[in-house]
Design a binder for this molecule. Structure first.
Ligand code: SF4
Length: 343
């Protein structure tokens, strides 16, 4: 979350592939969410919520229940009533500020949207994935970029906050195509975005395409670079990027489930470190000027400078030719500013 705003504590309730009209080529929600397909009922929702609110980090002033992993607005009306209704007692007691759901851009029905409004849904996250019709067709999405544009307009008019989920690296995608998707998304002005680079998960149509040699996933460095550029563009336009990279789940991490693609347990952190490096590169001394240095950065930037397993320190050494003897936090420095001291 950017801009120092308090992060929303999301209690996820997964409804793997429920309401989906078909499987998109990359999708394997049971493995991603570590949950078997099958109906989620009110009792299960209540149990999940009661467990979550016992967490020490739970903060009712910034908490939402989220129905993820399926096409929420394509569930039948009764099921929607039951699931949303099971959150109502908690909303009435002020234990949550609202509900969010994820869904497809082509599955928005006025009657169901009205029910969601009445039942406290504040945010709708749309699986937009790409704004390129060729990429959408090759990925078996079954909707067009125009559907996404219309969906965002409709949801905003009804007063929902709109989140947009994007997936770089789908079949037919490229760096240029994806950055043009990001530009189009900026034009739609959603309230937030998520970036999930495409992975090849066992059992999916994408896995079959990959095994036949018809699909080449992004490499990790490439995905980090594309997401860093996309995140920079989105956040510059005032659209916070609230997550990058899939969350790890026990089933997804089982050996052999991810066949290929830019998987990393700390993917979002890698992207933030890359963005940080881009921001500070011009403040580093030119290569060979100093032999040993210590670096002062804003306290909260220390992990970003160090990077994943100190890879950031190696990067500074590579850029400057100097040995980094110390990294010190200094709360008086503004974000993205560094001071390099000869040691
Ligand atoms: S609509 Fe979403 S949840 Fe459903 S199959 Fe496609 S990607 Fe998966």
């Amino acid at each position: 979350m950017s801009g120092g705003r308090r992060k929303t504590f999301i209690v996820p309730v997964f409804i793997p592939n429920q309401g989906c009209p078909h499987r998109c080529v990359f999708c394997e929600q049971e493995k991603i969410t570590a949950q078997q397909q099958g109906p989620v009922d009110a009792r299960r929702v209540t149990r999940i919520i009661e467990t979550a609110i016992c967490s020490r980090r739970f903060d009712p002033a910034h908490a939402e229940v989220a129905f993820y992993g399926g096409t929420f607005t394509n569930l039948n009306l009764q099921v929607m009533e039951e699931l949303l209704g099971s959150v109502s007692p908690f909303l009435k007691k002020g234990i949550f500020t609202g509900i969010r759901v994820s869904t497809r851009p082509d599955s928005l029905d006025p009657e169901k949207l009205a029910l969601m409004k009445r039942r406290g849904v504040r945010t709708v996250e749309l699986g937009v994935q790409s704004m390129d019709d060729h990429v959408l067709a090759l990925s078996g999405r079954g909707h067009s970029a125009r559907d996404s544009e219309k969906a965002v307009g409709l949801l905003k008019n009804l007063g929902f906050l709109v989140g947009i989920q994007l997936m770089p690296g789908l079949p037919g995608d490229s760096r240029e195509v994806f950055l043009s998707t990001v530009e189009k998304v900026i034009g739609l002005q959603p309230a937030m975005a998520r970036l999930y680079p495409a992975l090849v998960i066992k059992g999916t149509a994408l896995a079959r395409m990959y095994e036949k040699g018809d699909y080449v996933p992004l490499g990790l460095a490439e995905a980090v670079e594309i997401c860093a550029e996309s995140c920079r563009m989105l956040e510059k336009a005032g659209i916070p990027v609230i997550r990058m990279g899939l969350m790890s789940s026990p089933t997804l991490l089982l050996q052999g489930q991810i066949l290929a693609g830019p998987w990393h347990t700390a993917f979002g952190f890698l992207v933030r470190c890359r963005m940080y490096q881009e921001a500070i590169a011009s403040q580093l001394p030119s290569r060979g000027r100093l032999e040993k240095v210590s670096i002062r950065v804003r306290d909260r930037d220390v992990p970003l400078l160090r990077g994943y397993r100190n890879e950031g320190i190696q990067w500074v050494s590579m850029m400057t030719g100097a040995e980094v003897l110390a990294v010190e936090g200094d709360c008086s420095l503004p974000p993205g500013r560094i001071e390099v001291l000869e040691t």
